[in-house]
Structures are given as C-alpha cells and as structure tokens.
Design a protein around this ligand. Structure first.
Ligand SMILES: [Zn+2]
Length: 193
C-alpha cells in the first residue's frame, strides 16, 4: 500500500531512476497515486512522494477526479524551457506551506506514456509549472529550495515538519535510512535494472 510521505523523509531527496519496464503492479500503483493525489487535493504527484524511487509522475491540472485530464509521465525530461514567471506554490509533501517560486513560463517535455508511446509536449501556464515542480521532485529537489523568501517563517515551518518526522521515526512508524535504502533497491531492481 502506498502512502504519501512528508518532508524531511529521505526518499524525497533521492534522485529517481528511469524505468526500464512497466507491468500490472506498476499500473496499479499509478492508479493509487491518482487516488492519493485527489484525496489530498493535489494537481500532481511524483513517485518519490509515495516512497517509490522511480522516474514517473502523475498530474491532473483540474485537481478533480471526474474532470480535466489525467496525465502520466514516464521518464520525463525537460528539453527546453523559456521565459520566467513567479507564482505561489504548495506541495503535498509539505502540507500547509506555500511560497512564491520562479519557474520557466513554457517547457518542452519528453516522456513516455503508459502504453510506451513517446510524448513530446510543449506547454505553458499552470501545467508547465506542475511539470517543473514534479520533475524537480524526481531529481530530489523540493519547491522550498527554490522559494523566494527563505526567511524565519520558512525555518520555523520546516522545524515543525522535522520535529514531526523525528517523532514518527522514534515511534517506529518510519524506517531507518538503511532500511529505506534497501526498500528502494528492491524497486530499482524490479523496474530499473
Ligand atoms: Zn510537491
């Protein structure tokens, strides 16, 4: 069962690895990722946000299960990015935290769909922002790393997340770094080897 992980869980800093294969288990996990994204009222979710070290993300700019378009990007690579624009962002792995992030206005992304077809998309606006946020996740980068005002408030908020994580770990609800690394390796052997 997949679970949303929060900052500062180490898998969020893991640079995910390209997929070499897709199977029914992975399709099932992608369905679950959409479910988790909708439950938390998100518009995008990267695999490492559910503790999977795989280079894929899901998105639906509408944020609603029955509207908009459900998009799956396998092995996404941003090939071209142009213009800059500032806007507020949030992240399901840092709930309640928002901040202004400068992004490119338009991106050209190369990826694969679930049925193995190559996708070459040129997008701008909200979807371009989502794609940049999610590709960052897959590279182990969080929006707080790019946030404009990294002042005291951010430090306090992050300290809150860090205290919560430390407590969960102490209670045994989050595995040690060594066990997490072993679990990631199992997924890498299965899908990236
Ligand atoms: Zn995020």
């Amino acid at each position: 069962m997949l679970q949303l992980i929060q900052y500062p869980h180490p898998t969020l800093r893991f640079a995910s690895k390209p997929l070499a294969r897709v199977d029914d288990q992975l399709r099932g996990m992608i369905d679950l990722m959409f479910q988790i994204m909708y439950e938390h009222r998100g518009v995008g979710l990267a695999a490492n946000q559910v503790n999977l070290p795989l280079r894929l993300f899901v998105a639906n700019p509408s944020g609603e299960k029955d509207s908009g378009q459900e998009l799956v990007f396998l092995n996404p690579v941003i090939q071209k990015a142009t213009g800059t624009i500032e806007a507020e962002e949030g992240c399901l792995s840092l709930p309640g935290l928002n901040g202004v992030v400068k992004r490119n206005k338009a991106v050209q992304v190369n990826a694969y769909s679930m049925d193995g077809k190559e996708i070459n998309l040129k997008v701008e606006g909200f979807l371009a922002r989502i794609i940049q946020h999610e590709v960052d996740h897959l590279d182990g980068v969080l929006f707080i790393d790019r946030m404009f005002d990294q002042g005291e408030i951010l430090a306090e908020d992050l300290a809150g997340f860090e205290a919560r994580f430390a407590k969960l770990r102490q209670e045994g609800q989050i595995s040690t770094d060594e066990i997490l690394a072993e679990q990631r390796q199992v997924w890498l052997d299965k899908y990236c080897g």
